[in-house]
Design a protein around this ligand. Structure first.
Ligand code: NAP
Length: 240
């Protein structure tokens, strides 16, 4: 019986974790909720870089690392790949397919925050759905803009920023109401892929609202890559 270390922090990872027995370990960074109803062991918090993760793998006799972190959690993915090489065990990854633009979409690629700021300069009511990063820039909001920032963290905002602490999945009607209430004229998004947060893109399409899409970070090579939890779970059954 081989022990699996599952790196999580996404809904897909939680789906996989629900299939793991007590000998396996599900690891979370500690930013969100920690599920209390899993059969597998749950550990929370960073490992202390590649060396710390490699030490954990050896101490716990882990035989396989499964990286099911978010596609933008590139540091954890790099560490997982490097620690697996160091400890000579395989590393698999669940890598959600990115969303693709459809007819009627007006998507503008942005490599980073500075580029996003340039692209949105002509708009008045940006809706940010990147996570907490825009909270660090509340003092840099141009005088003609009011930002709406949706992220996990509650925050008071300021005179030019409304913060909405919320966690997906988000419905189409809910997203329509959000765009209406905040008069959204540009949406800023990661290209997360998956269904849980996709409705905002449909609403942007309906309304002709441009989407500024933060480019995905490069991810390290792994031994096996999966795009669906079902195929990954089948491969896990065969491996364990
Ligand atoms: P990151 O930049 O890739 O990782 C930062 C550090 O957090 C890692 O070096 C590691 O610390 C620790 N860490 C990350 N995931 C961990 C895990 N599953 N178990 C134990 N330690 C972990 O990650 P991030 O972008 O801050 O995301 C943090 C977590 O939130 C991830 O687990 C990710 O799946 C989830 N998440 C991220 C996003 C996003 O947009 N980035 C969106 C939804 C969910 P050490 O170096 O000390 O080991």
């Amino acid at each position: 019986m081989k022990r699996v270390l599952l790196l999580g922090g996404t809904g897909d990872a939680l789906t996989i974790a629900r299939h793991l027995g007590p000998q396996h370990v599900y690891s979370l960074a500690g930013l969100g909720r920690t599920p209390a109803d899993l059969t597998c062991r749950v550990r929370v918090g960073g490992f202390g870089g590649v060396q710390g993760l490699a030490a954990f793998i050896e101490a716990e006799s882990i035989g396989l690392v499964v990286d099911a972190t978010h596609p933008y959690a590139a540091q954890m993915s790099r560490h997982a790949s490097a620690a697996a090489v160091l400890t000579k065990i395989p590393c698999w990854a669940l890598r959600r397919a990115p969303w693709e633009p459809q007819a009627g979409d007006d998507w503008r690629d942005a490599p980073g925050f500075a580029s996003i700021m340039q692209t949105i300069a002509v708009f008045k009511h940006p809706l940010w759905t990147l996570g907490r990063e825009p909270l660090d820039h509340l003092d840099a909001i141009p005088s003609w803009q009011h930002w709406t920032i949706r992220c996990l963290d509650p925050h008071d905002g300021n005179a030019r920023a409304t913060i909405i602490a919320a966690r997906g999945p988000f419905s189409l009607d809910g997203e329509r109401a959000l765009f209406d209430q905040h008069r959204t004229d540009v949406l800023i998004s990661k290209n997360s892929g998956g269904a849980a947060t996709e409705a905002k893109l449909a609403v942007a399409r309906e309304r002709g609202v441009p989407v500024v899409m933060l480019q995905r970070p490069p991810l390290p090579p792994v031994e096996r890559e999966f795009t669906s939890t079902v195929t990954l779970l089948n491969a896990l059954d065969a491996f364990i």
